[in-house]
Design a binder for this molecule. Structure first.
Ligand code: BGC
Length: 247
């Protein structure tokens, strides 16, 4: 284990992925290890997977986790795409106890944003940048002058009278069997709304859908510049490791 290496773990709605990250370069050291998210994704079931991933890497150092909910000082406050038994659970304490190591837990979109701002599409972007992760849910991270405003949860703002992520996530696209044009039209309305609220300089699109931007980027007509995330699906792992380094 080298000085800058941290085990980064991205806890998602469908998979939990870990890798050792060189936090000085943002590169993964070796292969990722992925385990399906248990169903139901209860605190104990997820803690067990964190332990399995730690054992897989024979890891003895610090661990950083990205988690798909509002997390303040390790405490989970919301549960949209995870089991409701997570509410008011201290994930930091739970995972630290399970592994016997120091574990940091931060919102998944926030960590992905931190990774993109340091090593990816947001590098040297000083204005207002909004990173949107499109996956099982919609995650957001907003930066100004490179500084993060944590736990923004803009995936939960109202779009056409309902919670936005329910109609514009990648899961919604698959569930409703939408073609790319129909989905992109909805997603564009969402971007227009964010544009009116925050006048960002840049949107970065990340999460699982960042691998498919060739299918829909040309269908988006919003004025703000939009670019795909560079680290793609590794942003969550890299950012998780970065936050463990900072905290
Ligand atoms: C959660 C967010 C999370 C996003 C992406 C949403 O349902 O509320 O906290 O960042 O999904 O996983």
């Amino acid at each position: 284990m080298k000085k800058d290496e941290i085990l980064g773990i991205d806890i998602g709605g469908s998979g939990i992925k870990g890798a050792i990250v060189d936090t000085a370069t943002g590169e993964l050291v070796g292969m990722r290890h992925r385990i399906d998210t248990p169903k139901p994704a209860t605190p104990d079931a997820i803690a067990e997977i964190i332990l399995q991933i730690t054992k897989h890497f024979k890891w003895k150092g610090d661990i950083g986790c990205g988690f798909p909910a509002v997390v303040q000082n390790g405490l989970v406050y919301t549960a949209s795409n995870i089991d409701t038994s997570w509410i008011n659970i201290n994930a930091k304490k739970l995972f630290s106890k399970a592994t016997g190591l120091t574990v940091t837990v931060v919102n998944d979109a926030d960590v992905a944003g931190l990774a993109e701002m340091k090593f990816g599409a947001g590098k040297k972007q000083r204005g207002v940048v909004i990173l949107i992760t499109i996956g099982t849910g919609i995650g957001t991270a907003i930066f100004t002058q490179g500084k993060l405003l944590p736990n923004t949860e803009f995936g939960h703002i109202q779009l056409n009278g309902a919670i936005a992520e329910n109609s514009i996530s990648d899961a919604a696209r698959k569930r409703e069997e939408l073609d790319w044009e129909t989905w992109a039209k909805r997603f564009n309305e969402y971007l227009v709304l964010l544009e009116k609220l925050f006048y960002p300089d840049l949107f970065i699109l990340g999460g699982g859908a960042s691998k498919k931007t060739d299918k829909f980027m040309h269908l988006l007509t919003v004025n703000t510049k939009i670019i795909p995330a560079k680290l793609q699906n590794n942003a969550g792992i890299v950012g998780a490791a970065l936050t463990a380094k900072i905290n």
